[in-house]
Every structure is written in structure tokens, then in C-alpha cells.
Design a protein around this ligand. Sequence first.
Ligand SMILES: Nc1ncnc2c1ncn2[C@@H]1O[C@H](COP(=O)(O)OP(=O)(O)O)[C@@H](O)[C@H]1O
Ligand SMILES: [Mg+2]
Length: 582
Amino acid sequence: MKNLLHLNKYLFQYKTLLFVGTIFILISNVFALYPAEFVRHSFDNIQESISNNNSENSIHFTLLKYGGLIILFAILKGVFMYFMRQTVIVMSRKIEFDLKNEVYKKYQELSLSFYKKNNTGDLMNRITEDVNRVRMYLGPAMMYAINMFFLFLLVISKMFSINTHLTLYVLIPLPILAVAVYFVSNQINKKSEQSQAQLSTLTSITQETFSAINIIKIFRNEENSFTRFYEECKNYKYKQLKLVSVEAWFFPLIILLIGVSTITTIYVGGLESFEGEISTGNIAEFIIYVNMLTWPVASVGWVTSLVQRAEASMKRVNEFLASETEVKNLNTNNTPISGNIQFKNVSFTYPDTGIRALKEVNFKIKENETLGIFGKTGSGKSTIANLINRMYDRDSGEIYIANTDIKELNLFQLRRNIGYVPQDGFLFSGTVSENISFGNDVVNEEDIVQAARTAEITEEIESFPEKYNTIIGERGVQLSGGQRQRISIARAIVIDPIIYIFDDCLSAVDANKEKLILENLRSKTKNNTNIIISHRTSSIQYADYILVLENGKIIEEGKHNNLIQKGGFYAEMHQKQTTENT
Ligand SMILES: Nc1ncnc2c1ncn2[C@@H]1O[C@H](COP(=O)(O)OP(=O)(O)O)[C@@H](O)[C@H]1O
Ligand SMILES: [Mg+2]
């Protein structure tokens, strides 16, 4: 149970709801208790009337009176049950909301290496499935547990006050019922988890088909893909049927044990009544008590398995909540950022793969300068960008920005001043404007248009049906790779950062547009530091300084002309690329 302790802070936060809910549960149970007594009175009255030869009229009145009372109490019980759900279940929904937000916030805090270690499905499950199970503990499980407690207390003490002997007999089947239901509901949970897992496999297969439908059609892969679906679907059916066969045990089991208790009541009660220990009305009363107890006893098993599941889920959630962010913000003060960047003997190994991506890298750029980083795929170019925007922290060496150790800068201020354009140009589903401003409310329309102009994407945006309000992405206009890249460039430009990092983001833009964008940037960003990462010499030939990387090492550096004169790797690649283009 120790994992569920994390939730105590929330229970404390919503203590009023929980407290009031508990009171409602108690009241509804009190109202549930009396009808059994009214039934006893009715029976006893009938008996009395028969032996006293009373008129039919008087019994008529008595029966109507008790009937009315039973209805009245049932209504009152119902009203308080309504209030009980309105408090306890509402509390669980509120905690679910808070917990989801807590987990999501934590997700956003955690560094990239965390995401490399955990797969997406797993992360999604924790915020949906696992949180939901925790909610089942806070809502239904807790409500039934409190309900059970009061009901047992009230009903059993009532039964004992009437006849100890009969009570003991009647209670015998109940523990058996509780244990049996526990086993059955455990099986149900296990089976339903298996079928749930199969369902998610099925979903991801279907999803994959949808997103790759064109490839499937072109390669005439329909048959194959159908077979795959068919097999998984069959598997799902099989798991569902197993679940159904276990579930089928549930109600018969309960009804059997209710039956046993009822028969015991009548048999033992009949004997007691014959001996004059209790009245016949008491037998009827006991039958009602037994029926009142069965469902809660059955739910002991159910609640236990709910709590166990919640405990397991909360353990998984807690694991995440307890994970430490590797990249920490050590400074919340204002720390001025400038375009002065220096790497001193910086080495870096990706923690998950053990790949040594940078080896003793040294360079320096001043404000207003442009640095070009050149190298083949996998040479470590993006890793330099990752270290500058602190997606990771370097292993050894030093990185200075504005002559301050990068770790001593306010992390959020640092990132706020970096305009990063990633390689893949990811866009969110939303309008063009939203994608450029990215929810940044200081950005106005004028800025957006200006940024689009710098990124040379205005012409295309103007041709879209709704211009800047056109929805792009999955449910809207589909953009080409180059258009996506240019919108991502506009997104970086709009925040007016001090440092620009263009990570190979011009690869899908044609040579003409590339040249224009670079010119725009040079005139717009002449007060900024630009880092242009590329595997094409054309993108970086105007840089003030160029680093040539291979296997994480700087193998050549200098200005474009010097590198060409040197006749090394860079010159060779330049030669190749320019002849290819002509
Ligand atoms: N997130 C990551 N986790 C583990 N290894 C990575 C990661 N990103 C890159 N690498 C590895 O580090 C090396 C350098 O990669 P990267 O800096 O992305 O190269 P480039 O940008 O020049 O193509 C490659 O061998 C790559 O496989
Ligand atoms: Mg890269």
C-alpha cells in the first residue's frame, strides 16, 4: 500500500468532500437498515391479527403504513446515495484531473534521455490507464469500502441484538463468498488486461495501415496487411471469449451463496422461532439482512483487487514522478545571454547508446558571427546543437555562453533566447499562424507575417485557402518537406532570439530558396549569432568560420576559401556537390 501514500496529499486537499461523503454514506445506510424492521413488524402484525381474530380492516391499515414507510425510507436512502456519489466520486475525478496534470508536467520537465529510455506507448499508458486505475481506488473502491464498513457495523450489530445463534449460522457462507469473488475478479482483471493489451496491438496495426496506406497500395500489400490484421483480431476474439467465460462465473456464484444463506436463515430461524426465541417476522427480517450483506461481501473481493491494481499502477506513476531530470536549472535569477559561445575540450557520450558523439571539441564564436558546421550524417553536428540548448549536459570540458558556464545560466532564459530549427520541421495540427507563433502570446500578427517573409514562405501561405488561418497537418493542408522546414524557420525567427541554430533545416529547400533565405537571415540577423548546420557546403560557404566534423572530431576548420585552398575533405565535398548541382 505504500505507493498509494502519494495520494494522501490529494485526499487531504479534498478532505471536506471525503468527510461529507462519509457522512452521506452513513446516513444512507441508516435508511437502508429500517425497512427490514418494518417487514418484521408487518409479519408479526399479521400473525397477531390471525391469533386475535382482528378485523381485516385493521391489518389493512397496518400493512399500508409499513409499506409507505418502506417506500419513504427507500427514497431517503436513494437521495443520500446520490449525494454520496456526488461527493466521493466527484472527489476521485478531481484527483484524477490533478494527478494527470502532475504527471504531464513531470513529463515535460524530464530530459530527452528519459524519452529515449521509455517508449511512447508506455508513457501514454501511465497518464491514461494507470491514472484511471488509481481513480478507481479513490472513487468506487473507497466508496464501497466505507459503505461496507458502516453497513457491516449496523447490520451485524442489529442481527446480534436479535439472536446470536441465528446470526452466526447465517454469516458462515459470507467469508467463503468474499474469497471466491476475490479469486474470480482477479481472474477477470487478468484476462481483461490481456485483452486490453491485444486491443492496443490491434489499434497500432490499424493506425500504421492508415498512415502508410499509399505505400500499402503501391506495393500491392493489401493481402498481407489484411492477414496480419486478421490474425491479431482473431487473437483478440480469443482473449475476449476467455474473459467472458470467467465473467460468467461471477453472478451464479453470488446467487448460489445468497441462496445458501437464505436457506440457512429459514431453516435455523424456523427452529429458533418454533422454540419461541424469535418471531416469524424475525425470519423475514433476517432474510433481508442477508441480502443486504451479500453484495457488499462480494464487493470485498472486488475492492481488494481494485486496490491491488491501483497499487501497481501508482507504483509505475511514482517511478516517473520520482525520476530526476538530468538537465537541471540551477539558476532562477536573471542571467543575460549573448551570442558569445565557446566550447573548450567538450566531449559527450549519449548515455543510452554509449555512442561517443563528440570528442574534445574546441571552438569560439563571437556575437554577430555565423558559424557553419559541416560533416556527414552521424558526425556529431546535431549533438553540438543539443549541448548548446541543453537538451543534454556535456560529460567533460566546458561550454561558455556570454562568458558564463552554460550550467550557471538560467535554463529557461537560455532556451528562450535560442531560435532552434530542427532537422525534421515538425508541425502541430493547427493553423499556420498557430504553428508560427506556437502559443506565444507576445507574438502579434505583424511579427508572424514578417517571420514568414524572412523564411520565404509568404507566397505559399498566401495561396492557401484561408491564408494564415489554414489548418495544416493531419486534418488540413498537407505541406511538402521544404514548406514544413520554412514554417519551422519562421517559428524560430518570430521569437527574435539571440542565437539561431539551423540544424540541417534547409535540406529539402531548393538551392534558389536556400540562397534567398540565407540572404534574408544575414540581413535580419546581423546582430545575432548564427549556427548553420549542414551537409551541403552551399549553405555555409558565407559563414565566418566553419567546423568540419568527422566521428565527433573537428578535422578541419577555417573560412570557406581557406578550406577550399587546403584541399581536404571539405574541398573534396564542395567539389562533388557543385558538380552535382550543375
Ligand atoms: N539521442 C541520441 N541517443 C543516442 N545516440 C545518438 C542520439 N543522437 C545521436 N546519436 C548518435 O550520435 C552520433 C552523432 O549524431 P548526430 O549529432 O545526430 O549527427 P549529425 O547531426 O551530424 O548527423 C551518431 O552516431 C548518432 O547515432
Ligand atoms: Mg543531425
